[in-house]
Design a protein around this ligand. Sequence first.
Ligand code: UDP
Length: 310
Amino acid sequence: MRIVITGGAGFIGSHLVDKFLSLDYQVVAIDNLITGKSENLTVHKNLTFIEQNICKYLEVEGRVDWVLHFASPASPLDFTKYPIQILKVGSSGTINALGLAKAKGAKFFLASTSEVYGDPLEHPQKETYVGNVDPISERSVYDEAKRFAEATTMAYHRFHKIDTRIIRIFNTYGPRMRPEDGRVISNFISQALTNKPITVYGDGKQTRSFQYVTDLLEGVMKMMEVNFHDPINLGNPYEFTILELANIIKKLTGSKSEIVFKPLPQKDPKMRRPDISRAKEILKWEPKIQLEDGLKKMIDYYKTILVANK
Ligand code: UDP
């Protein structure tokens, strides 16, 4: 098997690279390294790295069985830092990745997001919920790009008969998430370990559900095995308020950090929790790692990198 992974040097992409290398696949990782890091990639005889923006036409020599499209900045911080790149990678990047799959007769896998549900009015979110997205808010660059990517994937599936998969990834964390990434778990752990104030945005009553990266990887592998083309949510259904999360991280790190309240970012979703009945039924999948166990692993990882960065 030969697999192309866009965003292969990113947080999730690089874990997928490792997973496929461990299964003895040939892997081609593509990344322009705006948020990905080449250090995330190991040197391996079965791995080819192409430093390129997937928005530019891409020629890959030889056979390709799968194109996994995981490239995109994904942190809310990136929504204002890289708005145009996000729009481009979700639109022309997706078209190029689909074009590559079409040219090679390969299957195509889209990493979509719970952000397609926007600030949801249905709770928990089922795949049939069509969402509540403001098309001009700061978050819209990511939300609309991924909605466009889903629409494009389904169009290529229906019109060009490409064998496609779409997953909607809910908040995911784990090693290789950049400490400066800006997302809540990376911020809170970095702040707690350095005894800096833990920054809760808004009143901290907004909710999220956090999935450890290894659970997501299992879901991806199972999704590749089924013949199912509509989107499937992959996330952990246990829901926490952000204030609860801050207190759990404070407790687990034994930190003296105080909790401070900062303004809520524009259109920050008030609640988010996946309905995973479709994943359970079609993939026979559900996450296994509980929040505290995943956080402990993440804290150990951040301890090593924060010491190394000193
Ligand atoms: N958040 C927070 N403090 C931070 C970073 C994030 O309170 O330092 C909040 C953010 O406002 C949101 C939630 O945590 O309500 C999750 O944010 P994240 O950036 O991880 O991802 P999102 O789920 O919003 O895409």
